[in-house]
Design a protein. Structure first.
Length: 261
């Protein structure tokens, strides 16, 4: 029998009730991991849990914890549950995020602070808990952030793009902090990926999208195929497995070459 790449590992995946996060949870489950998924919406989260359970290998478990990444209390609760249910954690895959397309002309204060809290403060909270409670004491673990190609060259909302550039910086900062351990910290930066959010944008349902394309469209290659959630999940699988053990502090673009340069 072929050895599973994450056999027996314990993986926490945020924002996993649908889209890329759910695809990531399925891939990790099929590769032998125990899975903890989180999301804000209870109904969709529980539906996702059943789908993840269908992918588990023998002897592995999956649980769901309803949580908002903007809440320090919810964050602590997630890790309390992990400690109680599994007693350890090996992988943090922080996927939860908020996409938006507002140009600077239209940014509102509440919108800006919400996006910053979800996309930047949230990952920092989760990484801090993973490091302090599990990874640093045993000097081993994997942190994978889901960033965006917009963190390098913005073609989305100004606040969203800024949070992803910040997340790339956090990735390198944590890699510096953990260089003398077996902890790796990396980010996967998706390009256009076929998810419910991306499809909504293509339908013109995200405010500001047309304006952004007007300003930024000439600078990108939109002729290449979109990626899928499983393309992004496979990049995360590489980083989470033994194959990625010498990779840290990196931001890996998975975009079919649409954001080269």
């Amino acid at each position: 029998m072929k050895e599973k790449m994450l056999d027996g590992k314990i993986a926490l995946i945020t924002g996993a009730s649908y889209g890329m996060g759910l695809d990531m949870a399925k891939v990790f489950a099929k590769e032998g991991a125990n899975i903890i998924i989180t999301a804000r919406g209870e109904k969709r989260l529980n539906q996702a849990l059943e789908k993840v359970k269908e992918c588990l290998t023998e002897g592995r478990r999956a649980i769901a914890v309803q949580a908002d990444v903007t809440s320090p209390e919810d964050t602590k609760h997630v890790y309390d549950v992990i400690e109680e249910e599994f007693g350890d954690l090996d992988i943090l895959l922080h996927n939860a995020g908020k996409g938006e397309m507002e140009i600077i002309d239209d940014v509102q204060e509440d919108h800006m602070m919400e996006t910053l809290n979800i996309n930047l403060a949230g990952p920092i909270r989760y990484a801090q808990q993973a490091l302090m409670r599990f990874f640093l004491p045993k000097k081993e673990g994997r942190i994978i952030f889901i960033s965006s190609v917009n963190g390098k060259k913005p073609c989305a909302g100004v606040v969203y793009s800024a949070t992803k550039a910040g997340l790339n910086n956090v990735t390198m900062s944590l890699a510096f902090r953990t260089w003398d351990t077996n902890i790796t910290v990396n980010a996967v930066a998706p390009g256009a990926t076929i998810t419910p959010a991306h499809l909504a944008n293509l339908r013109g349902e995200q405010d500001g999208g047309e304006k952004w394309l007007e300003y930024s469209g000439p600078y990108f290659n939109y002729q290449v195929p979109d990626t899928t959630g499983f393309d992004q999940a496979n990049a995360c699988l590489f980083l989470a497995s033994h194959m990625g053990q010498c990779v840290t502090g990196q931001v890996i673009q998975v975009c079919n070459g649409s954001y080269l340069g």
